[in-house]
Design a protein around this ligand. Structure first.
Ligand code: C2E
Ligand code: MG
Ligand code: MG
Ligand code: MG
Length: 283
C-alpha cells in the first residue's frame, strides 16, 4: 500500500515538474516576443523621507502584461530572463528608461528625485557594467548621484572580492549602491564593512508583522542600529500601515516605501501623485 501511494506521489511530482517546465518554456517564448515588440513598461513607486514626509525618489519596477497570460510578475519572469540571457538587454533598457525618466522629471522642474534600479546578479557580473552605466548616465545628462543600484546580498556575496572591485568602480563614478531585501541573505558583516554601499533596504518580510511580532521588531531594530554604526542609511519596503510607520520612526529608519503611500505607478500617474503632494505626506 505504501509502495503504491509512493508511486502515485512520484507521478504527481513528475506531472508538476512537467507543468512547471512547460510554463517556463511558454514564458521564454512570450518574453522574447514581448521584448521585441516593446511590451514591457516601468512603474515607479514613491520613496518617502521619514523626517520631512517628502517624496525623494522612486523605485523602478518592470511590468509585463501579456495579451493571453495577463499580468506576469517580475518575480516569475526575471529568473526566466536571467536563464536565457535576455536580462542583459532587458536590464540595459530598464536602466536607460529609468535614467531618461529622471531627466524628464528634472526638465519638468520637479524637486530632484533619485531612481532606484534593481540589478540582476547576471548584470552585476558583467565586466563592462560600470562603463555601461556611465554611458547611460551621460546620455541622460543627469548627476550620477541620482541613480541608486539595488543589489541583493547573493549578488554581492557569491564572489565578495569581485563584488568589492565592481562596487568600488561604481562608487567612484558617484553612483549609490544599496542592498535590497536586506536580512534575507547571508551577508557577512566583515564584507559589509568593505562594500561601498550607501543604504540598506530592510526586507518586507520583517516589516509585515512589525506592529505585532516582537521578534521582527528586534530584527529591524538590530538592522537599523548596525546601519547607523556603519554610517549607512536605511529604507523599509512593504510598509502598508500607520502602525508600521510609527515603529520605523521610533527605531530611526530614514525612508519608507510601500502601499501605505502608493503602489508602483506608471510615470504619468507618478507625476500626478507628486503634484497632489504639494503638502508633505503624513510621515
Ligand atoms: P524588490 O526589488 O524587492 O521590489 C519590491 C516588491 O515589493 C515589488 O514587487 C513591489 O511592487 C512590492 N511592494 C512594494 N510595496 C509593497 C507593499 O506595501 N506591500 C507588498 N505586499 N508589496 C509591496 P514586484 O514589482 O512584483 O517585483 C518583484 C521583484 O522582481 C522585485 O523585488 C525585484 O527583485 C524584481 N524586479 C522587478 N523589476 C526588476 C527589474 O527591472 N530588474 C530586475 N533585475 N529585477 C526586477
Ligand atoms: Mg528592489
Ligand atoms: Mg526588495
Ligand atoms: Mg524582493
Amino acid at each position: 500500500q505504501a509502495k503504491k501511494s509512493g508511486r502515485n506521489q512520484y507521478r504527481l511530482f513528475t506531472a508538476e515538474i512537467q507543468q512547471a517546465a512547460a510554463r517556463v518554456l511558454q514564458l521564454e517564448n512570450a518574453l522574447r516576443k514581448a521584448w521585441e515588440r516593446d511590451q514591457m513598461t516601468l512603474h515607479y513607486q514613491p520613496q518617502v523621507d521619514l523626517g520631512t514626509g517628502q517624496v525623494i525618489g522612486a523605485e523602478a519596477l518592470l511590468r509585463w502584461r501579456h495579451p493571453e497570460l495577463g499580468q506576469v510578475s517580475p518575480a516569475e519572469f526575471i529568473p526566466v530572463a536571467e536563464d536565457t540571457g535576455l536580462i542583459l538587454d532587458l536590464g540595459e533598457w530598464v536602466l536607460r528608461t529609468a535614467l531618461q525618466q529622471v531627466r524628464r522629471w528634472q526638465d519638468q522642474g520637479l524637486p530632484p528625485l533619485t531612481v532606484s534600479v534593481n540589478l540582476s546578479p547576471v548584470q552585476f557580473r558583467q565586466p563592462l557594467l560600470p562603463e555601461l552605466v556611465q554611458r547611460l548616465i551621460k546620455e541622460a545628462g543627469i548627476a550620477p548621484q541620482l541613480l541608486e543600484l539595488e543589489l541583493t546580498e547573493g549578488a554581492a556575496m557569491d564572489d565578495p572580492e569581485g563584488a568589492i572591485a565592481i562596487m568600488d568602480r561604481l562608487h567612484d563614478q558617484g553612483i549609490r549602491l544599496l542592498i535590497d531585501d536586506f536580512g534575507t541573505g547571508y551577508s557577512s558583516l566583515s564584507h559589509l564593512k568593505r562594500f561601498q554601499v550607501y543604504k540598506l533596504k530592510i526586507d518586507q518580510s520583517f516589516v509585515r508583522d512589525l506592529s505585532e511580532a516582537a521578534q521582527d521588531q528586534g530584527i529591524v531594530k538590530a538592522i537599523i542600529g548596525m546601519a547607523q554604526a556603519l554610517g549607512l542609511r536605511t529604507i523599509a519596503e512593504g510598509v502598508e500601515t500607520e502602525g508600521q510607520i510609527e515603529f520605523l520612526r521610533t527605531l530611526g529608519c530614514d525612508e519608507i516605501q510601500g502601499y501605505y503611500y502608493s503602489r508602483p505607478l506608471p510615470a504619468a500617474e507618478f507625476e500626478a501623485y507628486l503634484t497632489r503632494q504639494s503638502t508633505p505626506l503624513p510621515a
